[in-house]
Design a protein around this ligand. Sequence first.
Ligand SMILES: O=C(O)c1ccccc1N[C@@H]1O[C@H](COP(=O)(O)O)[C@@H](O)[C@H]1O
Length: 213
Amino acid sequence: MSDIRVKICGLRSLSDMAAVVSSRASYAGMVFFPKSPRHLSLEQARVLAFAAPPGLAKVALTVDAEDAMLDELVDQIPLDLLQLHGHETPARVAEVKARYGLPVMKAIGVADEADLAGLMEYSLAADQLLIDAKPPNGAEVPGGNGLAFDWRLLVGRKWLKPWMLAGGLTPENLAEALRLTGARQVDVSSGVESAVGVKDPQRIAAFVKAAQS
Ligand SMILES: O=C(O)c1ccccc1N[C@@H]1O[C@H](COP(=O)(O)O)[C@@H](O)[C@H]1O
């Protein structure tokens, strides 16, 4: 069994949480972005977060959130990691990290080699990097779209901080993605759904199993 750590993102219900717990994933992601089909209210997120067992990291995903929103999240929900999935600058990443005293993971969208240039600067400010597919121009939601990028761009690359691979991962393509990129952590949302925003317990289990084989 390998020690690849899996994040399942976009949980919306207690049954999603139960599926994530029984799969033995390492991270449970909750989305706070009203344009996402996976957006949660504070109250919904509190219920989920309090149902998470010790050892399962609870991640709040936000997109260019202001302090007022982050203040509320951090105040009301027990969280282990903040995922910043918008256009936050390295300075903003450092500011969020200092203000809340929580580890911060910065998502970076990649479509071609040029997009990798900024990763070094972000790796100085963030605790972790999330390397995701770049959303298409004009996309309403900057992630969770089931889009993959060319994983060969990551061959032989190293960064200063731990990183996760994301974007269009599925139970079917995960082995190839791991083989090409050498990722030790992976993040998935739509690839473990039966319809947009609807998590499928069998696909969650299959995804974590694929990460472990
Ligand atoms: O999941 C969402 O709805 C979402 C909304 C806004 C920003 C990011 C979002 N999800 C993240 O995007 C990656 C890739 O998703 P997918 O697996 O391709 O569907 C995912 O890992 C989430 O962290």
